[in-house]
Design a protein around this ligand. Structure first.
Ligand code: GLC
Length: 455
């Protein structure tokens, strides 16, 4: 009997008693049935724990753009004995949020660790653990603006991992060819340079060449751009940090109208359907644009993509306007699901990844910039190559944030409404002042906040 119980896979006292009782009732002919039933009752105490990490930064472009290497995760496994299943996310920010929110809301046991976009904490805070008690050190080095993005009330729902910042890429060969020694610092300069380069390249026979590509689809990427354009011209931040809806103002709508003029003149008509990757491909892969508004983190600054136009590209701060030169803060932090069955191991992974990043950032700050890609007046948020600036020199652009902290759980609705309004102006379906007035009403309905014109 004992041997049969053993062979049925029951090793522990409780299981053995139950096995014995069942075997006696069913007879030896029931052995097979028991083996099937109890095959799964071996406690996997010897098995290593596996945790799952849903990593939206690692999206559809699985080869060239992979900020977290398999080797780093293997090192974690060697140090801790914990295995990691590293899974990519969907392509666009709204799809990434839908997947993440869906899993967390239904209380999924896995993933354990999630990459959290800086705009999601208010939406997901109920489903993520407070990381403060687990991560006592390391806060001092964090940029306060980045840290604030991941803080809801007094809870730290994700720890900054890869802050990303809007960046302006330019073709160094074309700047030289058309007699420009520097990339544009303002949108006005950008427009003139883009038009001249585009006309020249077309005259040379490249009929499908464009001055400027950017993610103009009705999506989160457009909200990022709109926030930059508006802040540059004193057009506010959609909703201000005091909870006032400010979007319905002439400075803001003028920037939407200016961008609408780019469509079909210096930017392809189809730019209004470009997701982030479409704009990126037009610049890096097919090389049919002189300028591109994309993203950069310290990681990608020091690990340029292996793409066709890499050696002909430079990076600088996004151009500015009358009152400011800023780029939108983006990027991902790391959060842990409240319903993870392996919280302890998940905390270990988050610590491992953020410690590793801190170490790499210290190293990156010492890097000498490579000759190419040229790095010129990079945003101040980027720490790699910080040494290129001498005192008094222009340090590059600052940071602007989307109104995700103030909008909290409603941020996705706010951003969707905003992107839809700006997109309607870009595609000529609405006039900017009317679109802003309608949007204002919609934002009042969504958030319950007052407008900045009400007292
Ligand atoms: C980038 C940013 C992210 C932003 C997204 C919008 O991935 O890191 O913060 O939400 O672009 O498309």
């Amino acid at each position: 009997m004992n041997e049969a119980i053993e062979r049925a896979g029951c090793r522990y006292t409780g299981e053995r008693k139950l096995c014995g009782a069942l075997l006696r009732r069913l007879g030896v002919s029931g052995f097979l049935l028991l083996a099937l039933m109890f095959g799964g009752c071996r406690k996997p105490v010897q098995e290593p724990v596996t945790i799952t990490f849903l990593d939206p930064e690692w999206s559809h472009d699985l080869e060239v753009r992979r900020p977290l290497s398999a080797e780093a995760l293997q090192e974690f496994t060697r140090e801790t004995g914990v295995l990691v299943k590293h899974i990519p996310g969907p392509e666009t920010a709204p799809d990434q949020l839908a997947l993440t929110e869906g899993l967390l809301k239904k209380g999924a046991v896995t993933p354990d660790v999630y990459g959290i976009d800086v705009i999601w904490p208010g939406i997901l805070s109920n489903y993520l653990i407070d990381l403060k008690p687990y991560l006592s050190s390391g806060f001092a080095e964090q940029d306060p603006v980045v840290l604030a993005g991941y803080t809801v009330g007094d809870r730290l729902v994700a720890i900054p991992y890869h802050p990303n910042i809007g960046i302006f890429y330019y073709r160094t060969d074309l700047l030289e060819k058309y007699g420009y020694s520097l990339p544009p610092r303002t949108w006005d300069e950008m427009e003139k340079m883009a038009a001249k380069i585009q006309a020249g390249e077309r005259a040379r026979g490249d009929k499908d060449f464009w001055g400027f590509v950017w993610p103009g689809a009705d999506s989160e990427g457009l909200t990022c751009l709109g926030v930059e354009w508006q802040a540059d011209e004193d057009g506010g931040h959609i909703i201000e940090s005091d909870g006032k809806i400010s979007v319905n103002n002439a400075n803001a709508t003028r920037t939407w109208e200016r961008a609408a003029r780019w469509v079909g003149s210096i930017s392809p008509p189809s730019v209004t359907s470009y997701q982030e990757w479409d704009a990126s491909n037009a610049f890096w892969i097919t090389g049919r644009a002189a300028f591109f508004r994309g993203w950069m983190s310290d990681f990608f600054l020091t690990h340029p993509l292996a793409v066709p136009y890499r050696d002909k590209a430079g990076a600088t701060s996004v151009p500015g306007g009358r009152v400011a030169r800023v780029a939108t803060l983006g990027g991902f932090g790391l959060g842990i699901s409240k319903t993870s069955a392996h919280r302890e191991e998940a905390v270990k992974l988050v610590k491992f990844l953020t410690d590793r990043e801190a170490r790499l950032n210290t190293e990156r700050a010492q890097y000498e910039p490579p000759a190419r890609p040229e790095a010129f007046e990079l945003p101040t948020l980027l720490k790699a190559y910080a040494r290129v600036y001498k005192p008094g020199e222009n340090q590059g652009g600052g940071v602007v944030v989307r109104p995700s902290n103030i909008a909290g759980a409603k941020y996705d609705e706010v951003s969707e409404a905003y992107a839809r309004a700006v997109h309607a102006v870009l595609t000529g379906k609405a006039k900017a002042p009317q679109a802003a007035a309608d949007l204002e009403k919609e934002l009042v309905r969504i958030t319950g906040f007052a407008t900045s014109r009400q007292h």
